[in-house]
Ligand binder design. Sequence first.
Ligand code: PXP
Length: 244
Amino acid sequence: MPETVLCVNIDHIATLRQARGGIEPDPIAGAVICEDNGAAGITVHLREDRRHIQDLDVTGLRDVVRGKFNLEMALSDDIIAVARTVVPNQITLVPEKREELTTEGGLDVGANMKRISEVVRIFHDLGVVVSLFVEPDKRVVALSAETGADFVELHTGTYCNAKTGPDLQKELERIYDAAQYALSVGVRVNAGHGLNYRNLPQILSTPGLEELNIGHSIISRAVFTGLAGAVKEMADLILTARPA
Ligand code: PXP
C-alpha cells in the first residue's frame, strides 16, 4: 500500500481575496502554511473565468511550493498554454462549465479521447505527471488508461453527498472497485471532492490511494479555528493603539 498524502486545494483563499479585489488573503502565503503543517502538496484550479486563482498566483506558487504542485485545468487551449509555461509537477484535467459553483461530475473521457491523449503526450514531454478527474466507474477508468494518463483522481462527490447508509455503502464500493481496477491496468489512484473531517476516514480504505485533494472543508475549518485569535488581536489593538 502506498502512503496516502494530502494536497490542499487553496482556491478558496483566492475566492476570499477576489471578493474585495485586493491582495489578501494571499494564496501563496497560504500555501507556505499548508506545507509547513503537513500538506505534501498544493492544488489550484486555474479556471477559464479566473474567478479565484489568477495566472500570477500560478507562477508565484511554482516558485514557492516545495512539494507537489498540482494544477487543475480544463481542456482549454488558453489554460494549456499557461500550464506549458509554468510546468507544474502534475496537471489534473477536469471538466468545466462556466455556470457551475464547483467542478460537477468527472471528465467525459470517452468523448474527448483524442484531445486528452494529445494533452497527455504534451505534458509527458515536459516531464509533467497527468491525472484525470473521473467518476469511480471501471469503464471510464479503462478509457483513462488508454489515454496514457498516469493517475485517475476518483470523484468522491457522490459519496460525500450520499444521504443514506446503503447509498453511502454503494458509493464506497464503487470507489473501491474503480481503484482496484485502475491498479490492475497500471493507473495510479488519487481521490477528492467534497471530503471533510467526517466523511474522510472511510475513503482511506481505497486501494492504492496516493493523494487526496481537499479544499473547501479545510478553508472553512480555518475560518473558525483562526477566528478567536483574529478577533482577540484586533480587540487588543483597539485597546493598545488608542491615543492616551
Ligand atoms: N479535486 C478536484 C478535481 C476538484 O475540482 C476539487 C474542487 O476544486 C477538489 C478536488 C477539492 O474539492 P473540495 O473543495 O470539495 O475539497
